[in-house]
Ligand binder design. Structure first.
Ligand code: MLT
Length: 269
């Protein structure tokens, strides 16, 4: 399993797993996770595609920029990474939740590098004032206490009840990833998410073929909210994944892999 780090022109380091050959698919994880959330997709799709799963800056084995790290900067990191890797073909960008917030920015800032979008369990709206305040408080707490409290608060919201009951090892592995991430990096991304804009007005202009995947029981980006996003985009459709919460690619990997595979076949780059 090839994994390595790339130094970007601003000296940031991005760690990634890079497997397979063919049209590139770039996987962008959610908050506060790392590239390993895509393991099942990497294994399946690397048979037919070049699959790249990154640790965003601040996460996993990538470098940390403390303070506030905006979604725009994360998108620029991805563009710089593709340039460094000499990947000239426009990519399919597959982002979950925070990875989707980054995907909106990638479309806006690097359109010539984007062929298609796969948006998993994500939102187009900005934070409410209350959510923003909570994120900023969490960022401070992360810096002083570490990520334990965040893992306790987030895990029940990320996974469907049946997943938590049937796959305790998956939840334990996710918790371990959260606790291994550098708290200063998680805090910087939390502040970055608090600053993110409402992109609803962009949706009618995003005309790349797009697949929206939503766990049936997603409590963070509910089915109806993502259905409205798909409706507002000119070339998008939604697939709802049964028996799944916010982490559909991990909770129901076979169904998600099928949905992605069908999309990639029907919207050949
Ligand atoms: C994620 O899964 O990336 C988070 O739920 C995103 C968020 O907190 O808005």
């Amino acid at each position: 399993m090839p994994q390595y780090s790339v130094r970007l022109p601003d000296d940031g380091i991005i760690f990634l797993r890079d497997e397979g050959e063919g049209n590139p698919v770039l996987f962008v994880h959610g908050f506060p996770l790392d590239h390993s959330m895509w393991n099942a997709q990497m294994e399946f799709l690397s048979e037919t595609h070049r699959c790249l799963a990154v640790d965003l800056r601040g996460f996993g084995q990538s470098s940390v920029e403390p303070g506030t790290f905006l979604m725009e900067r994360m998108a620029d990191d991805l563009a710089a990474l593709l340039i460094a890797l000499k990947i000239r073909k426009p990519v399919t960008l597959c982002g979950l939740s925070m990875g989707g917030y980054v995907a909106w920015q990638f479309w806006r800032r690097h359109p010539s590098m984007l062929a298609r979008l796969i948006l998993c369990d994500t939102r187009a709206v900005a934070d409410t004032e209350d959510a923003r305040k909570q994120r900023l408080e969490a960022a401070l707490k992360l810096e002083s206490q570490g990520a334990e409290f965040l893992a306790d608060a987030m895990l029940p919201k990320l996974y469907a009840t049946e997943t938590r009951q049937a796959q305790p090892e998956l939840i334990a592995a996710c918790r371990a990833v959260m606790l291994a991430n550098p708290p200063a990096g998680i805090a910087a991304a939390a502040r970055g998410m608090a600053e993110r804009p409402d992109v609803t007005a962009w949706l009618p202009k995003i005309n790349v073929p797009s697949l929206l995947i939503t766990g049936e029981k997603d409590a963070i980006s509910p089915v109806e909210e993502m259905a409205a996003i798909a409706k507002a985009m000119p070339d998008a459709y939604q697939v709802v994944i049964p028996a799944s919460g916010h982490m559909a690619p991990q909770e129901q990997p076979t169904l998600v892999n099928e949905a992605i595979s069908e999309f990639l076949n029907r919207a050949k780059a």
